[in-house]
Design a protein around this ligand. Structure first.
Ligand SMILES: N[C@@H](CCC[C@H](N)C(=O)O)C(=O)O
Length: 249
């Protein structure tokens, strides 16, 4: 089998395509293992679908499946286009529904699914939280210092709410207000270099509070620049992806 490793703002994935739609959770654990496998935050498998350009199966590195993955959609779209599996503007089926992505060289934009606010605002562990589903569930707290991010606190909140956990900070820049985000990812069970649906959740919370504009630069742990836009209640997520290597075994 041929596998391709991608990095999308530091969130990394192993991707392959096949005609066989089955459970690949065990393969995800092996392939994503950073000491004995290729190493990645997730596994993405493309399979044929008669109602879309293709369907994807997404697994976190612990083998759990997830309905959506923002950065994964950007990497997957680039993979599909460069392997002649889809046109540059494509629609593919995910666990969260149909996703539209547009590939322009190494820049890929994804139209995320409609966000669903689960809990508008609540206090816990000394922080004010917002819980929203941007394809997968995310807890968001806006802080004045990202060093307040704490692994054990995130793990507690992750399990209590079965959600990813995000700390966000608003900063001034030459481009106006921007967001910096740190994310503890469910299914990786640790901080990742970036999380697309997490950045979208933080953007939505900050925008709802009128702290950032409808088009904002967002910087995850990796420091790469992503653009989040809100147009007619729809979130668009845009940034570069990198094909790291392809291997077969
Ligand atoms: N990194 C992804 C999110 C992947 C799924 C998440 N870990 C979950 O299980 O909810 C992204 O870029 O959105």
């Amino acid at each position: 089998m041929t596998y391709t490793k991608y990095s999308a703002s530091g969130n990394d994935f192993v991707i392959f395509h096949t005609f066989t739609k089955k459970d690949y959770s065990q393969e995800a654990i092996k392939l994503c293992n950073r000491t004995e496998g290729i190493g990645a935050d997730g596994l993405i498998v493309l399979v044929p679908n008669e109602n879309a350009d293709f369907e994807w199966l997404f697994y976190n590195s612990d083998g759990s499946d997830a309905s959506m993955c923002g950065n994964g959609t950007r990497a997957c779209a680039h993979y599909a286009y460069t392997n002649d599996l889809a046109p540059s503007t494509m629609n593919f089926l995910t666990g969260a529904g149909l996703i539209k992505s547009i590939v322009e060289n190494s820049i890929v934009e994804t139209q995320l699914t409609a966000p669903i606010v689960i809990k508008e605002e609540f206090k816990q562990e000394g922080f004010t939280w917002y819980l929203v589903d941007t394809g997968v569930p995310h807890l968001v707290t806006i802080v004045d210092d990202l060093e307040k991010y704490d692994h054990d606190l995130c793990a507690k909140m992750r399990y209590e709410h079965n959600a990813n956990v995000n700390f966000a900070k608003i900063e001034d820049s030459k481009d106006g207000k921007v967001l910096k985000v740190r994310t503890y990812e469910r299914g990786v069970e640790g901080e990742t270099q970036a999380c697309g649906t997490g950045m979208a959740a933080c953007f939505l919370r900050a925008n709802n509070l009128n702290l950032v504009k409808d088009k904002t630069f967002v910087y995850p742990k990796s420091g790469e620049e992503l653009t989040l836009s809100l147009i007619d209640s729809t979130i668009y997520f845009k940034g570069a992806v990198k094909k790291v290597f392809t291997t077969s075994f």
